[in-house]
Design a protein around this ligand. Structure first.
Ligand SMILES: Nc1ncnc2c1ncn2[C@@H]1O[C@H](Cn2cc(CNC(=O)c3cc([N+](=O)[O-])cc(O)c3O)nn2)[C@@H](O)[C@H]1O
Ligand SMILES: [Mg+2]
Length: 216
C-alpha cells in the first residue's frame, strides 16, 4: 500500500543521505541506523548480519541464491564479500520491494554481481538451469515466507541445484520460526545442520540462523 511505499521512500532517502555511493558498508550502516532509530524493518540486521558475513566468507561462493530480496540489505551484505566473477541471484516477487532493492543495490555499486529476478521462488527455482545457466549453487540464503523454506529446499534438491557441500543459511528459525524446515534439515541424513543463536533484528528477542550443509 502507499503507506508502506512512503516508508520505503524514507529508507531510500536515509541511504542516499548517509551512505556514500559505491560503498556497500556505508549502505549497510545507513539501513541499520534507520531501522534501529527510525522505523523497524525485517532486514536480517547487523547482529545476525555479522554471522551471515562469517559464513559467506568461509564458503567463498561463486554461485549464490537469495530467496526474498526485500530491500536488498542482505543482498548487499553478501555481494560485497563475493570474489570477482561470482554471481548472486536474488528472487523477490513484490514489485515495490524489488524497485527499492534495485536502488539500494545500485547505490552500493554492486549491480554487476547481482541479478534481481522478480517472481516467486517456486516459479523460478525450476528455471535456474535453462534460464541462468546455473548448474548448482554454492550458497543459498533463505529469508522469504517462512512456509516456503521447506518446499523450496525440496524443490532445489529435486531440480539438482544443490551439490555435496552446498551451504543453506536460513534466517528466522526461532522468530517468526520455521519448525517444519528445522525438523527436516536437523533430522535428514542429507544435511549436517547447526544453529547460530542471535537476536531478532534490532530487538532483544531471541532468533537465530540455521546453517545446513547438503551432503549429496
Ligand atoms: N515465495 C517467494 N518468492 C519470492 N519472494 C518472496 C516469497 N515469499 C516472500 N517473498 C518476498 O520476501 C520479501 C520480504 N518478505 C519476507 C517475508 C518473510 N519474512 C518475514 O516474514 C520476517 C518476519 C520477521 N518478523 O516478523 O519479525 C523478521 C524477519 O527477519 C523476517 O524475514 N515476507 N516478506 C517480500 O517482499 C516478499 O514479497
Ligand atoms: Mg528474516
Amino acid at each position: 500500500g502507499s503507506l508502506a511505499l512512503l516508508w520505503h521512500d524514507r529508507l531510500l532517502k536515509a541511504v542516499r543521505k548517509r551512505a556514500t555511493r559505491g560503498d556497500p558498508q556505508s549502505v549497510i550502516s545507513a539501513i541499520d541506523h534507520f531501522c534501529r532509530h527510525n522505523e523497524w524493518a525485517m532486514n536480517v540486521g547487523d547482529e545476525k548480519g555479522s554471522i551471515l558475513d562469517s559464513v559467506v566468507s568461509e564458503v567463498n561462493p561463486e554461485k549464490v541464491l537469495e530467496l526474498g530480496t526485500y530491500c536488498g540489505y542482505s543482498t548487499v551484505r553478501i555481494a560485497r564479500l563475493l570474489p570477482p566473477g561470482a554471481r548472486l541471484i536474488t528472487l523477490e516477487f513484490n514489485v515495490d520491494y524489488a524497485a527499492i532493492a534495485r536502488q539500494v543495490i545500485a547505490w552500493a555499486g554492486l549491480e554487476d554481481k547481482i541479478q534481481l529476478v522478480e517472481g516467486a521462488s517456486e516459479d523460478w527455482i525450476p528455471r535456474m538451469k535453462e534460464h541462468f545457466g546455473i548448474e548448482t549453487f554454492d550458497f543459498v540464503f533463505l529469508d522469504h515466507w517462512k512456509d516456503r523454506y521447506l518446499p523450496d529446499t525440496k524443490l532445489m534438491e529435486d531440480c539438482g541445484l544443490l551439490r555435496k557441500g552446498t551451504v543453506l543459511l536460513a534466517d528466522n528459525v526461532i522468530c517468526p520460526g520455521v519448525p517444519d524446515y528445522l525438523e527436516y534439515v536437523r533430522n535428514s541424513l542429507s544435511y549436517k545442520s547447526c544453529y547460530f543463536k542471535s537476536h531478532l533484528e534490532y530487538t532483544k528477542a531471541e532468533d537465530g540462523l540455521e546453517k545446513s550443509v547438503f551432503l549429496g
